[in-house]
Design a binder for this molecule. Structure first.
Ligand code: GLC
Length: 746
């Protein structure tokens, strides 16, 4: 087989560039070295500099700066962000082509959950427990973005988060390292598709490295203080998964970690990422985070900040101007070796070659592709599908749901019943200001044309006004069923949106109470980017759907679930606390020396005396319109052993014992009963999604192998330890239906 011939054929097809062929890397390294050898120090520093565009800021804007296009023409800029569309990107690439070296720009953008079509927020997508669906969603996002001049997305955000007060919990995959790792890898695969250099691929960027989600108090940008053991056990796994999936870039984080800002953290960037993990891509700072080492109190000025950052392994400076203003002098003064600058520039240039930008700087800038690839019907259907899968049914007393299309009158009440653009949530892009988005009410009217719909706004999202209550109550009284669309404002979660009070805002729960007290059956839809607290509603509303922010197709997806066109299958990717006082609360905790048995015995127990120890809703929880029975297939199962590379199979039968077809996510948790250091009371290690017709049964088999049992010991060695293990299989982390034990003998 002649690789050269294949390569030429692939190149001729225009789908792949030189970087996709087998002899690519050596070729590319030679080309990188050749370009580098012709560059001045100033031009090298220029490649390490990233500016924001002038239309949209996603961070504190630096005032009184020069003309960015002129700086690009002078070779002082290697990448830009927040510049979208073929017209704008062409303007900036034209400027780069006027520079002496003509090195093409990278165009970065926060394509966090969709580009032209907005998908559910990442935390909602995580509730689907469907990495394949998530990968398809990112593939669509990348196809749209790469057709619009973008070749780099600042995603996936893979920060583990156990604190719903933190506004950026909406951007990640929740609290679990295993689920978070699967999703991190799926997102990277989705963005990078057939590989860098493919015309519909964008570079992924695993962020925020690292442990940004563990900010003290859930306050954004706040300090993080944790053992290296917890860092490796809980917060690094999704980054490792992203790196193994081939993430082209990493972004470091605003927080300090154990006293060192992540941007200046050599342990994270050089020892772990570029050393132990042998990462070959490049690291970009977060917006201004190099310069922020000054307010951190870690650097005395921008020159020192630049020194610390480049020494620690930060390759590109987003918007702090520390590198462009100081790095040349630091090299000339002998404080930074030229080799260190060269290493960063080579990493950046290598990605530009792999993306095919040296072959054709304008390959992602194509107005006709932009027109044809955006907002395609099949992409919209995919967005509606994953939105349906993201909805979590929290409660459904007396099978109120699904609603019948024969209902005579339904009342839609609440501040989000007619919400449209709000459904896109934070980190969504307004590519088309005239985007047509269906509200829940419009979608329901379309789904049930025989039904008369009444409407009442009820109350604002977040104030104390109750003047709309009377109308809401009167409207409810005229209906057979009431659907209330309640929740946060979309800008109540996201960056710099931490909240000390995460109760359902304003007087919304009073409104729910007033409507429930009419005695009408009430379905509550809760839209938010984080777990909220809504105890009265949880105890008294008949049905509750947690719909997060479901994106451009959210209204239709919610109607599909309400009318049973889709039987909800979502499972919570994060624990819901009963009150803020319980935070942090998560399922994979240690047992402590006084775990206690029930919520009743609070004496000498690690518990609050004024609150049950259990959460409001547990990790992995989610109901269905049907029910599933778990039957143990190995009733005579004897205690098994695993030695060396043996595996252990555990089978059970799942039966749909209800009247609706539906999908169950069967979860497998493992506990290492005795270990040094301690292991959590349970850890998610696998899950299987099973779709069953009413009355149908299927056998589900899990394979347990040694790889599931590794952990970091006190020396941070990744090891297994002989001993007894418990296997727990269930429908949620607190709904275990089947127990087993086995012994690892060596
Ligand atoms: C923001 C965010 C980061 C984002 C970057 C560019 O401050 O922290 O996630 O990618 O700046 O918008």
């Amino acid at each position: 087989m002649n690789f050269k011939k294949i390569a030429s054929a692939l190149l001729a097809l225009g789908i792949f560039t030189i970087s996709q062929t087998v002899f690519a890397q050596d070729e590319i390294d030679k080309k990188v070295d050749s370009v580098l050898s012709k560059m001045t120090l100033a031009e090298k520093v220029g490649q390490m500099n990233q500016y924001n565009g002038d239309w949209e800021a996603t961070g504190p804007v630096t005032k009184d700066v020069g003309n960015k296009l002129d700086e690009i023409k002078q070779g002082r800029v290697g990448a830009v962000l927040n510049i979208m569309g073929s017209a704008h990107t062409k303007m900036f690439q034209d400027a780069a082509m006027q520079s002496r070296m003509k090195i093409p720009l990278l165009f970065g953008q926060d394509v966090i959950h969709g580009y032209r079509i907005t998908f559910p927020i990442p935390l909602a997508e995580a509730a689907s427990w469907d990495p394949d669906a998530i990968e398809r969603a990112e593939r669509i996002a990348a196809t749209e973005a790469s057709a619009s001049g973008i070749n780099w997305t600042f995603a996936p955000m893979v920060d583990i988060a156990r604190d719903p007060r933190w506004g950026r919990v909406m951007e990640g995959s929740g609290e679990d390292p295993y689920l978070g790792s699967l999703i991190a890898a799926a997102r990277v695969r989705g963005f990078q598709g057939r590989g860098l250099g493919s015309i519909d691929a964008v570079m992924a960027c695993a962020k925020h490295f690292a442990a940004y989600g563990a900010a003290v108090g859930g306050r954004d940008y706040n300090s993080v203080d944790m053992s290296l053991h917890q860092l490796w056990e809980v917060y690094l796994p999704p980054f490792k998964a992203a790196e193994e999936a081939g993430a082209a870039t990493f972004m470091n984080s605003f927080n300090d970690l154990n006293g060192t800002p992540a941007t200046g953290n050599k342990y994270l960037q050089r020892d772990v990422l570029k050393g132990k993990w042998n990462f070959k891509g490049f690291v970009v700072s977060d917006w201004g985070s190099i310069g922020e080492m000054i307010p951190h109190g870690y650097a005395k000025d921008n020159a020192e900040a630049a020194l610390f950052a480049v020494t620690a392994g930060n390759d590109m400076d987003m918007e702090s101007r520390s590198y462009i203003g100081n790095l040349e002098k630091l090299v000339n003064d002998g404080k930074v070796p030229m080799s260190m600058v060269d290493e960063s520039v080579k990493r950046i240039l290598r990605k530009k070659f792999e993306m095919g930008l040296f072959d054709d700087p304008y390959r992602f800038i194509n107005a006709s592709r932009e027109k044809s690839m955006l907002n395609r019907p099949e992409s919209r259907e995919e967005a509606r599908e994953i939105a349906r899968k993201s909805v979590v049914l929290l409660k459904n007393d007396k099978q109120l749901l699904p609603l019948s299309r024969q209902l005579k009158t339904v009342a839609l009440i609440g501040p989000l019943a007619k919400a449209k653009k709000e459904q896109k949530g934070f980190w969504s892009l307004d590519i088309d200001p005239n985007e047509d988005i269906q509200s829940v009410m419009e979608a329901m009217e379309k789904a049930a044309p025989m039904t008369k719909f009444l409407y009442s706004y009820g109350c604002n999202i977040d104030d104390q006004t109750k003047s709309g209550f009377a109308d809401a109550v009167e409207t409810a009284k005229k209906a057979d069923v009431v659907v209330m669309a309640m929740g946060e404002a979309p800008d109540m979660t996201g960056e710099a949106k931490s909240k000390a009070n995460i109760h359902l805002p304003g007087v919304q729960e009073d409104l729910i109470k007033a409507v429930v007290e009419t005695g009408k059956p009430v379905v509550v839809l809760l839209m938010a980017g984080r777990p909220m607290i809504f105890n009265w509603t949880a105890d008294n509303a008949q049905s509750i759907l947690y719909t997060w922010w479901l994106g451009s197709l959210g209204g239709g997806a919610i109607a599909d679930v309400l009318y049973g066109d889709y039987n909800p299958s979502g499972k919570l990717p994060i624990t819901f606390p009963r009150t803020e006082g319980q935070i942090p609360i998560y399922y994979n905790h240690f047992n402590t020396g006084r775990p206690g048995v029930s919520d009743k015995d609070v004496f000498y127990k690690s518990a609050y005396i004024d609150l049950p120890n259990s959460p409001r809703y547990a990790f992995g929880y989610g109901l269905s319109y049907t029910t599933f029975q778990y039957t143990d297939d190995d009733a005579f199962y004897s205690k098994a052993q695993i030695k060396d590379n043996e595996t252990l199979k555990i089978s059970l039968t799942i039966k749909n014992t209800g009247q609706y077809a539906g999908e169950e996510t069967v979860q497998l948790y493992i506990r290492d009963l005795v270990s040094q250091p301690l292991r959590p009371v349970k850890e998610l290690k696998d899950f299987k999604k099973v779709f069953l017709q009413p009355g149908e049964s299927k056998k589900v088999t899990f394979t347990i192998d040694r790889n599931m049992l590794y952990f970091y010991n006190d020396n941070l060695e990744y090891v297994t330890q002989p001993g007894d293990f418990q296997v727990m299989i269930g429908s949620a982390s607190d709904d275990i239906r089947l127990h087993r034990t086995f012994e690892l003998t060596n």
